[in-house]
Each structure stands twice: as C-alpha cells, then as structure tokens.
Design a protein around this ligand. Structure first.
Ligand code: GTP
Ligand code: MG
Length: 374
C-alpha cells in the first residue's frame, strides 16, 4: 500500500493532485485542516492536508467487469468543500468470531504491520495486543473487506482509542506554574522560549520565567536573550526561599515557566535537588522533557525515576530529527503518561505542536510502508 500526504487550498484541488499522482484507485484515509506560514496564526493560511493511499487490494471488479475506482471523477457539485471525516471510531470485536481453524493462520498484512511497528520501536507488549486485536478484526470481516487499507484504518482507530486513556495535549494556562525537567540538552530551554512566545504573543498573557539552572552562565544568558526579546521578566532561583520570593513577586502573573538544569536523572540525587528548589504544588505541572532522538530504554529509565514525582505530562522534542516514533505510543500506553507538546525544530517560536491523538498516531503510522501484496 502506498501512502502520501497532499496539501491543497480545497478538497477539489487535493483530489486533482491525488488522481494525478496515485491514479483514480486511490482512497482518502484522513483529512485535516492545517495552518501554514505566518507567525502564530498571524498572516497564516489555512490549508487542507489529505493523506491518500493506493491499496491494490481495494481495487475490486464490479459485476460489469469494470474496475471500481477509489476516487471517481465527480461532477463539480458533488465535490465536498469541507474535509471528509473518514475515520470511524474503534468498535470492540467479539473474540468468538475467530474460528479455531483460523487461529494458526496469521495474515501476511498483520505480520507486515507488526514488523513495521517493531522498526518504529513500539514495545513488544503493545505489538502483541495489537496483533491479537487485528487478528480478531480480520476474521470478523467478510472476505472482501479483509484489505490492507482496512487493517491500516483499524490500527489507527485502536491506537487512538487507547490514547484516550491518558491526557493528551495541554492548554498553556491549566496551572500557573509549568516546570520543565529532563536530561541534558533535550531542549527544555528552547521549548520554554517557544511557549513563552505563544503565551505572550498569541494569548496576550503576563508571563514570567524562573530558572534554577545556576550552574552555567551560558544557560542563563540563553534564557535572558529570549526573555528580553519577549519582554518577559526572568529570575534566577537558587533555593526554595528564592522560589517563594519569586512566587510573591509574580503573584498577579498568568503563567510562570520554570526552567531547570539538565541532569542525569537516573541518579536519585538530582531528583531530590529539584524538589529542594521548586515547589511542586497543585498549582504546578511538572513536565518531563525527553528527546525523540534518545534510545527508548534510556527514556524509560528516566520515566521510571520520575515516577517518584508528580509528573503531569511528557514533552517530546526533536521530532524533526528522527523517523522512529514508537516512544510516543509506549509512553502513553505502557507508562500511562500523556503528552502535552511535541517540538519539531530549533526555530523559536514556531517549532512546537500541541499534542493530540492524531499527531501521535500519524507520526507512528505515516512512515509505514506496505509492499501491497497482502
Ligand atoms: N532539531 C531540533 N533541535 C532542537 C529542538 N529543541 C531544541 N533543540 C536544540 O537542542 C539544543 C539544546 O537545546 P536546549 O533548549 O538548550 O536544551 P536544554 O534541555 O535546555 O539543555 P540543558 O539546559 O543543557 O539541559 C539546541 O541546539 C536547540 O536548538 C527540536 O525540536 N528540534
Ligand atoms: Mg537549558
């Protein structure tokens, strides 16, 4: 199955592009509205992003012997101008629908999908559950509906349904304090700058920045540069006493972003150090920031340590530097932690995304290649 994303001003334009590139047997998997260009919505343009697929197994002969098309040329007035929502919600499958004689017959498409998920570093536990789900799904369908496309779509629905068990996405003003902690160099300070810009420029809120990263002059200078561009005050906090003083000083502020020093958090010592300088009260959400370029086993070790603290959500950075996204699914399904934001580049303020089920599932599934011979 061949997958491709198209961007266009309108659905008719997208359909023209899709037909030209994938032919008229292509089907639309997914449509969403995106904003391109501009600066935080100012001067930005709304466009459609349409994911289409060409799946040889969905091309079926009709009774007249004619091949039925995924996207038939439509008279203009039938072309929808609004995005079509193709994605159905996941429905549970009755396990008794798998016949005993089918038990040992693993469809090739499910094995292929599993191999692709393994390449994406989705955990073995999740892959086992998914295989079981898809197996049940496959044999619950009439033969003509057992297609690559159907398996692909059912996988998306299943993943999205499970992601609803954790908190995805975050508004900037859920709690007054947002505390960012995580390993060295993952992008904590850069993410803070991006979010400070969003809160001040887009939402017109009063924002202050605190930093406990007192170890490196360069780290403070980096933050001061961003803060002065945004006209946001910044205070260095050396102790819990300083933290309380700053809290009083910024009592009437809407949002306080707290930067911390990158540490090897597999050592308990650094977690204690963090608790000594930052008050993790109910007013504060602690975000554990991780880079998607790290090995999942290393991320998992840090997540395990951080579970001693009230971690609110995760932030994954450097989405632009990898093609492996299993960590996103593993963190949500295995570690039961939601994702607030994803960052996808070094540009402040643009390269940050608010996470949702769609962004996460798309990241994992878009790179998947099927050989189309299922
Ligand atoms: N490609 C890419 N680079 C990023 C992203 N976010 C941050 N960076 C880069 O990563 C490097 C480290 O970023 P910082 O924000 O200083 O990381 P930090 O976690 O604050 O680092 P420490 O304070 O030293 O622990 C910088 O070069 C950033 O430009 C991202 O989403 N994608
Ligand atoms: Mg930093």
């Amino acid at each position: 199955m061949k997958l491709k994303k198209f961007q266009a001003e309108s659905m008719p334009e997208a359909l023209t592009q899709i037909r030209a590139e994938l032919g008229s047997d292509a089907v639309i998997l997914h449509t969403k509205e995106i904003t391109t260009g501009g600066w935080f919505g100012f001067f930005a343009k709304k466009r459609l992003e349409v994911t289409a697929a060409l799946d040889p197994t969905t091309v079926t002969k009709s009774t007249s012997g004619r091949v039925s098309k995924g996207i038939e040329p439509m008279p203009d007035k039938q072309i929808p101008t609004q995005p079509i929502v193709e994605e159905q919600v996941w429905k549970p499958i009755n396990p008794t629908t798998v016949h005993e004689s089918d038990r040992n017959n693993q469809p090739e498409i499910i094995q292929q999908l599993d191999r692709e998920f393994e390449k994406q570093e989705v955990s073995a536990e999740i892959r086992t559950q998914l295989k079981e789900e898809l197996f049940g799904y496959w044999y619950s369908q009439p033969k003509e509906k057992r297609t690559t496309l159907a398996v692909y779509q059912h996988t998306r629905q299943w993943l999205k349904k499970h992601l609803q068990d954790v908190k995805m996405g975050s508004s900037l003003f859920e709690r007054k304090y947002m505390v960012f902690a995580g390993p060295t160099g993952v992008g904590k300070t850069t993410t803070i700058a991006k979010l400070a810009a969003e809160a001040t420029l887009k939402h017109d809120k009063k924002v202050a920045i605190l930093t406990t990263d007192t170890y490196r002059i360069a780290a403070i200078e980096q933050l001061k540069t961003y803060a002065s561009i945004l006209h946001v005050p910044i205070d260095v906090v050396y102790s819990m006493e300083d933290f309380h003083e700053a809290a009083t000083k910024y009592e009437d502020y809407d949002l306080i972003l707290v930067d911390t020093a990158g540490r090897n958090f597999t050592h308990d010592f650094y977690l204690k150090e963090l608790q000594k300088t930052v008050l993790l009260s109910e007013q504060a959400s602690l975000y554990l920031v991780l880079s998607l370029t790290s090995k999942y086993s290393d991320m998992k070790a840090v997540i395990t340590q951080f579970k001693q603290l009230p971690v609110y959500q995760l932030i994954f950075t450097k989405k632009d530097e990898t093609t492996t996204f299993g960590a996103l699914i593993n963190a949500c399904l295995d570690e039961k932690l939601g994702i607030a934001f994803l960052t996808n580049g070094q540009n402040v303020p643009d390269d940050v995304l608010h996470a949702d089920e769609d962004v996460v599932v798309s990241a994992v599934m878009e790179g998947i290649v099927f050989d189309g011979s299922s």
